[in-house]
Write a protein of this length. Structure first.
Length: 246
């Protein structure tokens, strides 16, 4: 028995307690970075106890993601498709971001969990009723993936906030030297790069401004590129081009 495997038994440990600890560990760190040994250490049991009660890292990740997805409410189906997805994604973003790495897991695995089914069915239903037809699945994926990709990027950035003020100062100095004489580049550094690099409240506020903009721009882009036909079916430029090929 080693210091990292403190006890050979797991008295009082249940699968729910193991998943509780995995959820807490994800909130404190990142779903992709903690190990079974880290989790066992938090529970005060041998690593074999985690495998016995729940299984390996993949099973635990699925359990954690399932719990997070269960917290996301399905918006009112009486909304327009634009407002339905805006309501869903504005709500889901902060929920998913509370558990770093969950967004990346969702991007990698898609809607493969039972907890994802209510949102998937409702989203596909509202897109179908709005005339997207065969493009409903594609549109749903664009909306969800763009949102989760934005969250995932923020999660990864948070991983590096501990670099410290020296690294931040060095980065900003290098950026200033690189952009000397370029007013647009300086504006980019001042308005976007610097707040993110500094971290803290400024970065958090900017993160959610950026997220809401990404959601709104994706919705606006779909509105522009998918035009309802006379029959009310949304047509995409790519569909027209494909149909016109010899």
């Amino acid at each position: 028995m080693t210091a990292t495997d403190p006890v050979p038994f797991h008295v009082g440990i249940t699968p729910e307690r193991v998943v509780d600890a995995a959820e807490e560990l994800t909130r404190d760190t990142h779903l992709m970075t903690w190990s079974i040994r880290d989790l066992a250490g938090r529970l005060g049991i041998a690593a074999s106890g985690v495998y016995h009660h729940v299984g390996g890292k993949d099973s635990l990740c699925r359990e954690v993601v399932e719990r997070v997805l269960a917290r996301i409410e399905v918006p009112d189906l009486q909304l327009t498709w634009q407002e339905w997805f805006r309501t869903l994604l504005f709500q889901a973003g902060p929920v998913v971001a509370e558990y770093p790495g969950v967004a990346k897991w969702m991007l990698m695995h898609g809607p493969t969990l039972p907890a994802a089914l209510p949102v998937l069915e409702a989203g596909m239903s509202i897109l179908g009723a709005s005339g997207f037809g065969e493009r409903a699945a594609f549109t749903y994926a664009v909306l969800l993936n763009n949102a989760m990709l934005t969250i995932s990027m923020g999660d990864d950035r948070l991983q590096h906030e501990g670099d410290g003020p020296r690294d931040h100062a060095t980065m900003m100095t290098e950026f200033a030297e690189m952009t000397a004489g370029s007013a647009p580049a300086k504006a980019m550094g001042r308005e976007l790069i610097q707040p993110f690099a500094e971290g803290g409240d400024a970065a958090e506020q900017l993160r959610w401004e950026y997220y809401r903009s990404a959601v709104n721009i994706t919705i606006a882009g779909i509105e522009v590129t998918s035009t309802p036909s006379d029959e009310g079916v949304h047509e995409w430029p790519g569909d027209v081009a494909a149909d016109s090929r010899p």
